[in-house]
Design a protein. Structure first.
Lengths: 171, 191
């Protein structure tokens, strides 16, 4: 039977990528990303004793990471940004219309970034999970709402993004 | 905007080297231990003080009933404050970040909301201290007792009122924004 310290190290090592990506999505600067990363680790430590394995470890980690990011900004939560770059995987899932030519150039990405940051805090959190490549069921488990509700919200956000992007110079 | 696409150098992000991880874990264990000791020590301090007060009431050669009643009022008020302190300390130190986001926000909204219940929960202790104070004071003086009672109420409840107002201002500055934020996010989720 492993002790808490070993369990914690194991969990962090196995989920480091996820945690880093979530921090990168939501923290506005490198310094904030480091701070948020530390906060997430602290909250994982604090919640580890209560983890009974009744959800997937990945889901559990995502919940802690997203909850931490939502509370990290404190009173400044409205300024929470959703940061993407050309290397962000699953970017195509935001503009998932198969008819689109998905060769995202620098300008298009910048416009997408601007549009993403117009979203509400919750919509940003949702899109962050979409960018992680999670299924609607997994997102529903993390957010705590029903799957149909998640599907409707994501569809609405994508439609809004698509129509906002179509108004840009690269139409 | 700070993060232009493609400009973030991943290697600069602190990925917690083994030394950093060990240092973090050591700090976390220290904090856990400190919190545990703090709660345990506070519990023992209150228990010991309660015991001492009760003992003083029992063995006090002064059989003055009014003083005893006054003492009992202070002791019960003290015990009630200790329970209230324990309740809020637990609530704030056991925030569960592994809950689904909807549940976490719901709990956060409940935690940061100022309700009449939050105020009423302290009222029994406030009133008991007032009773204890009043009884002690009027018993010491036999002149103009009604006037003294009124004066004590005015000063005591003015002090309580000012404290309450300061508490409200602190809540408004620190916790109301968090409450408003949680409510807004819940509305966004439910829409």
């Amino acid at each position: 039977m492993i002790n808490k310290e070993e369990h914690f190290k194991q969990v962090v090592e196995q989920n480091k990528g996820r945690i880093l990506r979530i921090c990168k999505f939501y923290a506005p600067s490198e310094e904030d990303q480091k701070d948020m990363y530390q906060e997430v680790l602290i909250n994982i430590w604090r919640s580890l004793d209560a983890f009974k394995g009744n959800s997937e470890i990945g889901t559990w980690i995502y919940r802690i990471a997203v909850n931490t990011s939502l509370t990290f900004a404190g009173k400044q939560y409205k300024r929470m940004k959703l940061n993407v770059d050309i290397e962000t995987s699953n970017l195509k899932s935001i503009l998932d219309d198969e008819k689109d030519e998905i060769a995202i150039k620098e300008k298009k990405l910048q416009d997408l970034q601007v549009q993403l940051n117009q979203l509400t805090v919750i919509d940003k959190a949702l899109m962050g999970l979409v960018l992680e490549g999670l299924s609607t069921k997994e997102i529903a488990d993390i957010i705590g709402i029903t799957e149909p509700n998640v599907r409707v919200k994501i569809h609405r956000i994508k439609e809004d993004l698509r129509s906002s992007m179509k108004g840009g110079n690269y139409e | 905007m700070n993060n232009q696409p493609g400009n973030i150098d991943k290697t600069k992000i602190n990925t917690c080297s083994n030394d950093d991880m060990d240092a973090l874990i050591a700090n976390l264990k220290t904090e856990d231990s400190r919190n545990l000791n703090l709660m345990r020590n506070m519990k023992w301090i209150y228990f010991v003080l309660l015991f001492v007060y009760i003992l003083l009431m029992v063995v006090n050669p002064d059989f003055d009933l009014i003083h005893r009643i006054s003492g009992i009022c202070y002791v019960i008020a003290f015990a009630l404050f200790a329970l209230i302190f324990r309740k809020y300390h637990r609530e704030y130190s056991e925030i569960d970040y592994s809950l689904p986001i909807f549940d976490m926000l719901t709990k956060a909204a409940k935690r940061y909301k100022m309700t009449v219940k939050n105020i009423l929960i302290a009222m029994p202790s406030v009133i008991l201290i007032d009773i204890g104070l009043t009884l002690s004071d009027i018993h010491a003086s036999t002149e103009n007792q009604l006037e003294r009672i009124v004066l004590i109420q005015i000063f005591y409840f003015s002090a309580m009122g000012i404290s309450g107002f300061i508490g409200y201002l602190i809540w408004r500055k620190r916790q109301k924004p968090l409450y408003d934020g949680a409510i807004q996010m819940l509305k966004d989720l439910e829409n």
